[in-house]
Write a protein that binds this ligand. Structure first.
Ligand code: AMP
Length: 218
């Protein structure tokens, strides 16, 4: 199973990708998670990426393509992978296609998760993640048992710096200008499926599993 999850920030593609990854035992590659870890560890990559991320801008194509190339070369990705948050520009998509061609592989499906703009802002502004294990919660839709405390590891729940309202607006503009063109790009290749991302995590997951089954991916 080789899938790409596409969608504006806040549509829940990370959550859905994680559920699909664990159901089908496939590795999930989130460029956002990899970059945030580099920022936390203050590596050279993290220091380079931080300024862009804090402003809601994209990190350079060369940097993220390098990250994905390294990941896809790992043996664990040989039988399949789910890409979450990559590609985000047409040049990234072209690089991905070259990487796969060179291994004689191809994408099975690109799933575009759709949610209204109003819901996106609500989902992002209420999102909280654990500072220790990065588990994701929401102040309304996925509340932790104890406010501000991670159910999984007891860590402190914090708001991602790029989930502040001003940055959210910037990220949505970047999405419209740089990432949304990928919808047509993959549609023209006959790879695109659209998934209604409205409703609870469970409802969307059920739709996702049905969509994959309809594509012969189960
Ligand atoms: P995400 O967690 O996917 O929303 O990503 C958070 C931030 O990481 C984005 O706003 C970008 O600054 C950066 N980022 C993640 N993936 C990419 C990518 N494929 N291309 C460029 N920047 C990225």
């Amino acid at each position: 199973m080789r899938l790409v999850f596409l969608g504006a920030p806040g549509v829940g593609k990370g959550t859905q990708a994680e559920l699909v990854a664990s159901k089908f035992h496939q590795p999930r590659i989130s460029t956002g998670d990899i970059l945030r870890e580099a920022v936390r560890n203050k590596t050279a990559l993290g220091l380079e990426a931080k300024a862009c991320m804090d402003q809601g801008k994209l990190v350079s194509d060369a940097v993220v393509v390098g990250i994905v190339k390294e990941k896809l070369a790992e043996p664990v990705c040989a039988a399949g992978f789910l890409l979450d948050g990559f590609p985000r520009t047409v040049p990234q998509a072209e690089e991905l296609s070259k990487m796969l061609d060179s291994k004689g592989q191809r994408l099975d499906r690109v799933i575009n998760v759709l949610v209204s703009r109003e819901d996106i802002v609500r989902r992002l502004s209420g999102r909280r993640s654990c500072a220790k294990c990065q588990a994701v919660f929401h102040v309304d839709f996925a509340r932790p048992q104890r406010e501000g405390v991670c159910d999984r590891c007891g860590g402190e729940l914090i708001q991602r710096s790029d989930d502040r309202r001003e940055t959210v607006e910037a990220r949505l503009v970047v999405y419209e200008n740089q990432t949304a063109p990928l919808i047509d790009y993959y549609r023209r290749k006959g790879l695109l499926s659209e998934l209604d991302g409205s409703g609870s995590v469970e409802v969307v997951h059920k739709r996702m599993v049905e969509l994959l089954a309809a594509q012969g991916l189960s």
